[in-house]
Write a protein that binds this ligand. Structure first.
Ligand code: PMP
Ligand code: GLN
Length: 383
C-alpha cells in the first residue's frame, strides 16, 4: 500500500511543513503566505447574510453562482479590454488551485510538454505529473529574476502544449515587463500554445504595472486567466477562485471541474459577488498597506545583513543569507527558527534543480507591522 507514482516524490508541501515547525517553536510565521488579520468585513457580511437568510444551502450550478459569474464578467471585462460572457467564459472553482488543476486535467494530455517558469509555485509540477505531461523549465535568476528570453525561446517546441505564467510571481515578487509578456505571447502564437496565467497577486503591484497576458495580440483565444479572492480580500480559507477563458478553453476546464469538485461552497460564492464590487479605494488601500510592509521588511532584513531582492509585487520577498555561515537554505531556515523563532520558506523546493534556490530564503510580509518589527528584532540575533 503506497502513494501512487505520480505523487510519491512530492512529499508534504513545504507550507504545511514550515507552519508545523512554526507552531512547534511558537515562532513568528513568515513562511506560508496568509494574513494574520481577519478578511474583508463587507465580503464576510454578504456570505453571512446568504448563510442565514437561506437560499445557499444546496448546490449551485457547477459553473458557479450566476450572480458571481456576472460580477466577474463585469469586473474583468474592462481589465481584459473586451466583453466577457458570464455564461460561456467564466467558471467558479475551489480556489485558484482547482482552476489550475482543472486547466491541466481538462486541456493537457499525457506526453504534452508544459513550460514552467521556476522558481515555481509548488503545485505546478504536481499538476504536470498528475496529467502525465512533461515539464520544461525556464529559470529566473537573481538579481532581478527577469526572464532570459533566449532560454525561453529554446524551451518552446512543436510538442509544447502549455506555459504557466504566474504574474505577479511567487516567490520572487517579480512583475513581468511588457517585453517579457510580448515575447511569451508571440511564442505562444507561433507554437500554438495555451497560456495558463495565475494572477492571484494581481492587486499587489508596487512598482510597474500588472499586464495581463490575455490582452496581448492573439492571446485571448489561447489564454486562461485564473485568480481567486484569497489574497486580495484576505480570505485564503474561503477557496473561491475562477477561470476566465474563451469557450473552447472553458469547455476543457469545466470538463475536469465538474468531476473534481463539481462546485465551490455556495455561501462563499455569494460573499465573492460583493467582493467583485470593491471600490477603487479598497484596492488602493490594499496596495499601499502592503507596500509599507514590504519596505519595512526589506529595509529591516537589509539592516540585519540579508541580501534583499525587493519585490515589485506579491507579499513575498526573497533574500540571500551569505555571511550567516550556511550554504543550504533548509539548514539555514532550521537554524533561524531554532535560534530566533522566526519561520521562512527554503525556496530550493521551487526549483527542479534544488541547488538553484539553495542560497535564498523566502519571507512573507502579509503580517501586521508590529509582527514584522518583532520578527526583525528577533532576526537581529542571527549575526
Ligand atoms: N497560485 C499561487 C502563485 C499562489 O501563491 C497561491 C497561494 N496559495 C495559489 C495559486 C492558490 O490560490 P488559492 O488559495 O486561491 O487556491
Ligand atoms: N500560496 C501560499 C504561499 O505561497 C501558500 C499556499 C498553501 O499553503 N498551499 O505561501
Amino acid at each position: 500500500m503506497s502513494i501512487a507514482d505520480r505523487l510519491a516524490s512530492f512529499g508534504v508541501t513545504i507550507f504545511s511543513e514550515m507552519t508545523a515547525l512554526a507552531l512547534e517553536h511558537d515562532a513568528i510565521n513568515l513562511g506560508q503566505g496568509f494574513p494574520n488579520w481577519a478578511g474583508a468585513e463587507f465580503v464576510k457580511d454578504a456570505a453571512a447574510r446568504s448563510l442565514v437568510e437561506g437560499g445557499s444551502d444546496q448546490y449551485p450550478p457547477s459553473q458557479g453562482v450566476p450572480a458571481l459569474r456576472q460580477a466577474i464578467a463585469d469586473r474583468y471585462g474592462p481589465l481584459l479590454g473586451r466583453q466577457v460572457d458570464p455564461v460561456g467564459e467564466v467558471t467558479i472553482t475551489c480556489g485558484c488551485t482547482e482552476a489550475l488543476a482543472a486547466s491541466f486535467l481538462g486541456l493537457i494530455d499525457p506526453g504534452d510538454e508544459v513550460i514552467l517558469i521556476e522558481p515555481f509555485y509548488d503545485a505546478y509540477p504536481v499538476f504536470v505529473s498528475m496529467t502525465g505531461a512533461v515539464p520544461r523549465y525556464v529559470t529566473l535568476r537573481p538579481p532581478g529574476f527577469g526572464i532570459d528570453l533566449e532560454e525561453l525561446r529554446s524551451t518552446f517546441s512543436p510538442n509544447t502544449r502549455a506555459i504557466v505564467v504566474n504574474n505577479p510571481h511567487n516567490p520572487t515578487g517579480r512583475v513581468f515587463t511588457d517585453e517579457e509578456l510580448a515575447v511569451i505571447a508571440s511564442l505562444c502564437v507561433e507554437y500554438d500554445v495555451i497560456a495558463i496565467t495565475d494572477e492571484v497577486y494581481e492587486e499587489m503591484v508596487y512598482d510597474g504595472d500588472h499586464r495581463r497576458l490575455a490582452t496581448y495580440e492573439g492571446m485571448w483565444e489561447r489564454t486562461l486567466t485564473l485568480s481567486s479572492i484569497g489574497k486580495t480580500f484576505s480570505l485564503t480559507g474561503w477557496k473561491v477562485g475562477w477561470g476566465i477563458a474563451p469557450p473552447a478553453l472553458t469547455a476543457g476546464l469545466r470538463a475536469a471541474h465538474q468531476f473534481l469538485t463539481f462546485t465551490t461552497p455556495t455561501p462563499v460564492q455569494h460573499g465573492a459577488v460583493v467582493a467583485m464590487g470593491a471600490t477603487a479605494g479598497f484596492y488602493e488601500d490594499l496596495r499601499s498597506g502592503y507596500q509599507k510592509k514590504r519596505d519595512l521588511l526589506a529595509d529591516g532584513l537589509d539592516a540585519v545583513g540579508f541580501q534583499v531582492h525587493r519585490p515589485q509585487g506579491t507579499y513575498f520577498m526573497m533574500a540571500g543569507f551569505d555571511g550567516f555561515g550556511f550554504d543550504d537554505d533548509r539548514a539555514f531556515c532550521r537554524h533561524m527558527v531554532e535560534t530566533t523563532r522566526v519561520v521562512a520558506i527554503p525556496p530550493s523546493v521551487f526549483y527542479h534543480r534544488p541547488d538553484d534556490g539553495g542560497s535564498l530564503v523566502r519571507f512573507a510580509f502579509c503580517k501586521d507591522e508590529e509582527i514584522l518589527t518583532e520578527a526583525l528584532d528577533r532576526l537581529s540575533g542571527l549575526k
